[in-house]
Design a protein around this ligand. Structure first.
Ligand SMILES: [Mg+2]
Length: 329
């Protein structure tokens, strides 16, 4: 029997555990859950686990692990247009390591303070390898919340910042690159210290028709918007925003492949009705976050890639899957 994919596993065992509560506005299946907090406000909640040697290299700087454990959750709330407020931290360690913990807590603290998040509880346990699980809560007005569903044919597809950098950074790190300066340093920083797009996410509330954060790769994550919205899309591959560092160190075809399928960028991918495009560009400028139009939502299901001349291209293999389906080696 083929092993379950991450998504099939969730669907089969966990997607129907809401106990029929009427205050669960959005259960399992989006970037964060939404529960009714009363007075027109929703509480957004998400949890993400980073495991050593799976989500971060064992020799990753402790400060980077602390930063990233919170950043990936902030990114999920950004994709819902929610403002983060409270966090819980569950930490598994082989042994209490003061030097590692000092670095980890410094990285966590810096990002928590700059994003206005209070750590309000947690749990520490001993285990075979380091594992960090952060639960993050935040608030969003009911009429401003963003979801994956809501994209309509004709909507423009945007992505923030640049994509492919973190996957490129991981390749460099795995090849032993440790430079802090130059293009290598920039890509490694994108891997270890992702920037959650909180201000942009909040500004997209009531403006974008659908949104997701790019954690598993642009093609895969956009695919979630398309599936949830019951639509398809066309992406112009020449419009993908690539950083100068990525272009400097990787051939164009490989850079585009990384941009489409590499994970860990924590940019926002979202759709906007044409009537809102001017407002969107003004909002992005106010946030100081670059946004790039990369394609358009279409009625026919599926994701189509085209070059500048409109010629169809073959979609590379999809994004990162935690439990890839299919035959095991
Ligand atoms: Mg997400």
């Amino acid at each position: 029997m083929a092993p379950l994919s991450e998504f099939e596993l969730i669907r089969q065992f966990f997607s129907t555990l809401s106990a029929g509560r009427s205050d669960v506005v959005e259960g399992v299946g989006d970037d964060a859950a939404l529960v009714d907090a009363g007075s027109g406000e929703l509480l957004a909640a998400c949890v993400d686990t980073l495991t050593e040697d799976v989500h971060f290299p064992a020799d990753a700087p402790a400060e980077a692990v602390g930063h990233k454990a919170l950043a990936v959750n902030l990114s999920d709330l950004a994709a819902m247009a929610a403002r983060p407020t409270w966090a819980l931290l569950a930490l598994t360690l082989p042994q209490p390591d003061s030097a590692w913990l000092a670095g980890f807590s410094a990285g966590f603290r810096a990002l928590a303070e700059s994003s206005g998040v209070a750590l309000i509880g947690g749990d520490t346990t001993r285990g075979p390898r380091r594992s960090v699980s952060v639960t993050l809560l935040g608030r969003v007005a009911a009429d401003k919340v963003l979801r994956r569903r809501g994209a309509r044919p004709g909507d423009r597809i945007f992505v923030s910042g640049t994509v492919g950098d973190a996957a490129a950074g991981l390749r460099l790190w795995q090849a032993g690159e440790r430079h802090r300066a130059g293009a290598v340093g920039e890509l490694l920083a994108r891997l270890h210290y992702p920037t959650p797009r909180l201000a942009l996410g909040a500004a997209l509330g009531g403006l974008a028709s659908a949104a997701i954060d790019v954690s598993d790769g642009l093609a895969a994550d956009l695919g979630h918007i398309l599936a949830a919205s019951g639509v398809g899309a066309r992406i112009e591959i020449e419009r993908l925003p690539l950083s100068a560092a990525l272009r400097q160190l990787f051939p164009l075809a490989e850079a585009r492949q990384l941009a489409l399928t590499g994970g860990d960028d924590y940019e926002l991918c979202f759709t906007v009705p044409p009537s809102q495009e001017v407002r969107l560009r003004q909002a992005a400028a106010r946030c100081g976050t670059a946004v790039t139009a990369i394609g358009v939502v279409e009625e026919a299901a599926g994701l189509r890639l085209v070059d500048g001349a409109g010629q169809a291209l073959v979609l590379p293999q999809g994004g990162y899957q935690h439990f890839p389906a299919g035959p095991q080696p």
